[in-house]
Design a binder for this molecule. Sequence first.
Ligand code: DHE
Length: 515
Amino acid sequence: MIRRMISVSSLTLLAAMAAADPATDYAENCAVCHGEGRLGATGPALIPETLRRMRGPNLENVIAQGRAATQMPAFADTLSAERIAVLAEFLKTPLEEVPDWGAEQIAETLWMDPGYSPASAPVFDADPMNITLVVETGDHHISVLDGDTFEVLDRFETPFAVHGGPKFSPDGRYVFIMSRDGWVQKYDIWSLHQVGRVRAGLNSRNIAISRDGLHLAVANYLPMTLTLLSTADLSVELVMPVISKSGIKSRVSAVYQAPQRDSFILALKDQPEIWEVATDPDAEPVYEGFVHSREKDMVEAILSSQGLFARRRIEIAEPLDDFFFTADYRFLIGAARDGARGVVVNLNVGREIAELPLPGMPHLGSGISWEKDGRRVMATPHLKEGKLSIIDTEDWSVLKTIDTDGPGFFLRSHENTPYFWADVFFGPNKDALHVIDKQSLEIVKTLRPEPGATVAHVEFTRDGRYALVSVWEEDGALIVYDAETLEEVRRLPMRKPSGKYNVWNKITFSEGTSH
Ligand code: DHE
């Protein structure tokens, strides 16, 4: 009897599902905010590349109940549970065709804020070099914090789902922010005002700014390109298709600025190559690399005969992700796909020179470095193991493995502090934060400022006196610690704060900061 009941109700469900027409339901209910082609409009793109990254309640739940603190309404009264289930599956299906997203399409999205007029001097009294931006992912805003008084000078709306570190112009005046849907926003810190926005990709990873501050590179998954924008007016300078030597397209998992090389370095997700793109017509290492290697014919001056955006490929054994660079940008360590090794690449000669055992999926992008016993060491957390690896960057040996209370995401330090701070992002101890002595490599204190809450990502004030910590929850907070006594001195309520970025530490490439 029970079996019969189950089969009858399953049949009803199957019949309802067969009758559901997700494309029509989408067109009638979702397209107005999320775009006819699911690529986003006032709401975010609804494609697997974006949805995979969204945390919180599952998709069916969001459709049925809506999303708090956003414009997303509840559809439980409009659509049956079965139709919602089918619609959610439809949204998780990759687009059959990725639309063209070249210079023309990007340029059409450019929007300059009509309310913006540039101030001739900062409109506030605070030290412009000690401003810290706090990304609040709970309601997609950024708070602009005075790094001396911790007063919030402005709180502005960002595009949906900001990811990666915002990038400052070399003078610290402007900041560029990127969302996973490929929007790039320019904000003027002096004027405390947004300048404009442009959609540089359909699904993007991160951005990098050139040393001279003139060019902004946007690493894209969709389409498989690198977009180069002018920082002055967000106009498109070039959309560079990313195609390997063997003719296969690749996503770009990240782009980084290599200041001493006057270049951008690209991590290719799908092909065994690292790319270097010149951001100065005379960018030496890019040309040196090609003069000294057999790859001369692979350097292509794409934009002009002067060689701006000339491109060099470094062929490697397998795709590498998530780079850490040595301070002179001669070497990088990338994570191998098996999540168990780090591979060292010499960027000048353009080849792999060493391998490191780094089990538990190292998160090298969060790596930081400092001097210990006269040698330069670096530390990296691991996303799948409660360990920190300390590596000697002169002989590439693993100096020590520090056991932590769980896998962590971010590390941070500062020239003026003897400690580095490591969060425990995953698992039952996600409320713990370790403070570790840079010389003894021992944990000196484990902080638990908000039991049960995720506590993560640290940034220092310009002088390294205070450490700012996120209570990474919907009703979260920014906690200010005295970096010497390790006592809490302030707590500011914030909406799910994630990364924090101090102007001075970022533009001077402070020793304790990652990209
Ligand atoms: Fe990030 C930086 C990649 C998931 C928050 N993340 C970066 C960077 C890369 C990267 C390459 C460095 C770029 C930069 O700042 O210019 N992140 C990835 C992934 O591949 C991964 C594991 C999977 C993915 O979703 O793509 C991933 N990242 C996350 C998250 O789930 C986090 C915790 C929440 C979120 O916002 O999505 C997250 N990533 C961050 C933050 C930074 C970051 C806050 C900047 C850290 C900094 O201090 O600079």
